[in-house]
Design a protein around this ligand. Sequence first.
Ligand SMILES: *Cc1c(COP(=O)(O)O)cnc(C)c1O
Length: 229
Amino acid sequence: MLTELEFKKNLEFVQEQIRKACDQAGRKPTEVHLLPVTKNWPSEIITYCKNAGFDTVGENRVQEAVAKQEAVTGMNWELIGHLQSNKAKNVVGKFSRIQTVDSEKLIRKLEDSCNRNEMEMKILLQVNAGEDPAKFGCSLEGTARLLAFALSQKQIRVEGLMTIAPYAPEDLDVARSAFAKLRNLRDRLSDEFNVELSELSMGMTLDLEQAIEAGSTMIRVGSALFGKQ
Ligand SMILES: *Cc1c(COP(=O)(O)O)cnc(C)c1O
């Protein structure tokens, strides 16, 4: 595991990357939030994030996140990994937002669990914008219908869309195209349903520049901050 000083250097590097990408895209760096992705790292890493001023981290697995929540307090947790609908009852009250909602079944279970606990749940709809068979997410064509369903629930707050671009490090146009599709879909749905959908969670270590260019409001970064596993 890296030292806190090494982490701080990595963080400065990523922040500089964000500044440059925003500059090129004519955007303000304050429009792009950096979500540190702490999956597979011990809870000390989350303490580094906390010391650097972060109040939210991203985790992929419910059990792993819940174990870390016992070790680190004063942090918000967003779920960015796939959530099976039979696990929905385990996330309400534990995560500030679920970024990976991609089916009516899951929405229904989240709503049930929210009702039982008298809580609300913030979500993003995960869209398979790159039409990658290896990725979860609702299809581009199916998102309007899923959004309509989510908006009809009482305890669910849809804050935007999320995508993971297909893995294609040799050809970043693949990611660029997926991000543009998500951005266009958001703009269209936002008009059609008259809702804000202000969060566009897209971009990771390899493709954060392309994501910022396409309008990302949240990049989810693991390896650039913490190193490779
Ligand atoms: C692991 C992960 C990330 C971070 O990936 P890096 O390439 O390490 O930056 C972002 N989003 C999701 C959904 C992930 O699973």
